[in-house]
Design a protein around this ligand. Structure first.
Ligand code: GLN
Length: 488
């Protein structure tokens, strides 16, 4: 048995029982990283010494009754602020930026005994679907290094899939947890908007951003969600709710669950092999007692345009703060203040970030606000209503995560329209603020992982996690590991 291929909960149990020590586990991951991450490039920062010191300290504090993830090493997307540890957002503009505080989710996993191994690579400011727009170079997919791991949390997904960490925290604005999880054979969850604090998550599009876990299975996702969810007085959009133990509530009983398959998600543009794998998921759920229904949500056809208008609009406003005064990079040469701003932003931002800032500024400008931004807001509302209507007749929706499996490096940036369109199935959950999970459901003809997506109504996390958990009792796609590994 390979230690680095255990699930986070399995490792947690092995630590609690004394079969494995925390320094042993930490060292095993650090060794894998040093041997194999040169080509994958999943980490921007590796915290070798800090992680080992922390592991030793946690080992001394080991006692009964701690968190099930006590001592389990993890990876953080590099747009989550970490006190005293640089947080780059994959951008030259934040190269060398060291936050003076920890994001709330970082604080929470630390309090539960997490060992942070480092910071994961991402598309610049989380804008992208491939992790190729990172200033620190692209990340590669551990299943096939000529392919992308997805994005924007591509470093986190590749890192967990490759055995460089037992779980990761990423962020999802339009699919950035679910899509890379899908491309790398992981289970990833975007929680309901307001369930997890965004305090200390560097903002991309604040009304859509949400932090969540990338894990090896649904039970791990539930355990991580238990650590990070809940009201935070430092994020006024978090909701004071009844956050029960998600892990404890997993039963694998889905008898009578109404699973809806939206016809709009199985049409044009979908790779037949992906469609087939997802249909097979439906059959497995049915076999476990779920009831399948076909639903129609015509509003879903409008989501991509609306998403890119809204996300870019918010990004243009959020990224206005990077002017060389307070954070990170400042251009060396300038004659006056205006030129300092101009040179800093021209030299600091990459192409994709600039594109989004320009588009966002345009759609918010006085002349075009009504024509684009307000229309996109109206579509957002319609999508929410369409989904609400669907959830009146079914409990969860089942769709593919993406129309295709992971593309080759370079392919997507050469055809950005195709890349944007591939967010088709993931963005509705962000526009409507709903929870959504992605889980592996087999491989395509090239051996690349295929992802199935489950979407639920607000605060439907327990149902999503339980559905995925039931599916994973019946199948072992989540146990496959890349590089011809023998599986867990
Ligand atoms: N691919 C989408 C985008 O580029 C989603 C990114 C994300 O969820 N952060 O906006």
């Amino acid at each position: 048995m390979n230690l680095t291929h255990l699930t986070a909960l399995e490792l947690g149990r092995a630590i609690a029982s004394g079969d494995v020590t925390i320094p042993q586990a930490t060292k095993a991951a650090l060794e894998e990283i040093s041997q194999r991450d040169k080509s994958l490039n999943s980490y921007i920062t590796v915290l070798e010494e800090q992680a080992m010191e922390r592991a030793e300290a946690l080992q001394k504090g080991l006692k009964p009754g701690l968190s099930p993830l006590y001592g389990v090493p993890l990876l953080l997307k590099d747009n989550l602020c970490t006190q005293g540890i640089k947080t780059t957002c994959g951008s030259k503009l934040l190269e060398g930026y060291v936050p003076p505080y920890d994001a709330t989710v970082v604080e929470k996993v630390q309090t539960a005994g997490g060992v942070c191994l480092g910071k994961g690579n991402l598309d610049e400011f989380a804008m992208g679907s491939t992790t190729e727009t990172s200033y620190f170079g692209p990340t590669r997919n551990p299943w096939d290094e000529s392919r992308v791991p997805g994005g924007s949390s591509g470093g986190c997904a590749a890192g967990v899939a490759a055995g460089f960490a037992w779980y990761a925290l990423g962020s999802d604005t339009g699919g950035s947890i679910r899509q890379p999880a899908g491309y790398c054979g992981l289970t990833g969850l975007k929680p309901t908007y307001g369930t997890v604090s965004r305090h200390g998550l560097v903002a991309y599009a604040s009304s859509l951003d949400q932090v969540g876990p990338l894990c090896r299975d649904a039970a791990d996702c539930a355990a991580v969600l238990d650590l990070i969810q809940g009201k935070d007085r430092r994020d006024s959009t978090t909701v004071d709710g009844n956050y029960g133990g998600r892990l404890a509530s997993l039963t694998a009983d889905i008898r009578g669950l109404r699973v809806g398959l939206p016809v709009e998600c199985f049409g044009e543009g979908l790779d037949p092999c992906v469609a087939q794998r997802v249909q097979e998921v439906a059959k497995v759920l049915q076999h476990r007692g779920a009831v399948l229904t076909e639903v129609s949500i015509p509003e879903l056809k409008q989501v991509i345009g609306a998403y890119y208008v809204l996300a870019s609009a918010e990004a243009s406003s959020n990224l206005a703060r990077y002017d060389g005064v307070k954070y990170g990079f400042r251009a060396e040469k300038y004659k006056n203040l205006t030129q300092m701003y101009e040179n800093t932003r021209s030299q600091g931002f990459g192409k994709e970030a600039k594109l989004r800032i320009l588009l966002g500024t345009f759609v918010l400008s006085a002349g075009y606000y009504e024509a684009y931004y307000k229309k996109a807001l109206a579509v957002k509302e319609q999508v929410s209503q369409g989904l609400e209507r669907a959830f009146a007749t079914c409990d969860v929706l089942l769709t593919p995560v993406t129309p295709n499996t992971a593309p080759k490096l370079g392919e997507s940036l050469a055809d950005p329209m195709k890349m944007y369109l591939s967010d088709l199935y993931t963005v509705p959950a962000n526009l409507a603020g709903l929870p959504s999970l992605s889980m592996p459901c087999g491989v395509d003809g090239q051996g690349m992982p295929v992802g199935a997506q489950l979407m639920g109504p607000r605060f439907g996390e327990p149902m999503l996690l339980n559905t995925a958990y039931a599916y994973q009792q019946e199948t072992d796609h989540h146990k496959r590991v890349p590089r011809g590994g023998e599986g867990r």
